[in-house]
Design a protein around this ligand. Structure first.
Ligand code: TYC
Length: 113
């Protein structure tokens, strides 16, 4: 909140006099944009590996991880979570690196919400 003096009369005050009023300017709070992290289906990555990835990098329970893995398997993709740009970018990099190190073609991407 910024307080600004406003002279209503349009005239200059005499020296030592202040007839201005204070006006309040409320600036709208800007929320940072959010990013969806998406997991994509493929024919080769083992189901257990995907479940493990979801538990490990997204803090999901085994049951939640299994459910999302099945959604991806059946529908082709699913939103795994919604995060700030930096967190989403980190999760995508962690998943892609982990999949590559285990030689699975699993794909993870992000998209502005
Ligand atoms: N379709 C894979 C299979 O049948 C399993 C799988 C699920 C792969 C989700 C990727 O993001 C994925 N082994």
């Amino acid at each position: 909140m910024t307080m600004r003096p406003l002279q209503m009369s349009g005239k200059k005050d005499a020296p030592g006099e202040d007839t201005s009023i204070l006006t309040k300017t409320r600036s709208k709070t800007q929320r940072p944009p959010l990013y969806k992290v998406l997991l994509l289906n493929d024919d080769y990555t083992p189901m257990e590996f995907v479940v493990h990835v979801l538990e490990r990098f997204f803090g999901l329970s085994h049951a939640q991880a299994f459910e999302i893995m099945l959604t991806v398997h059946k529908k082709g993709l699913a939103v795994v979570g919604v995060f700030s740009f930096e967190v989403a970018e980190t999760k995508v990099a962690q998943v892609m690196d982990f999949a590559r190190r285990h030689q699975h073609p699993l794909q993870c991407t992000m998209e502005k919400e």
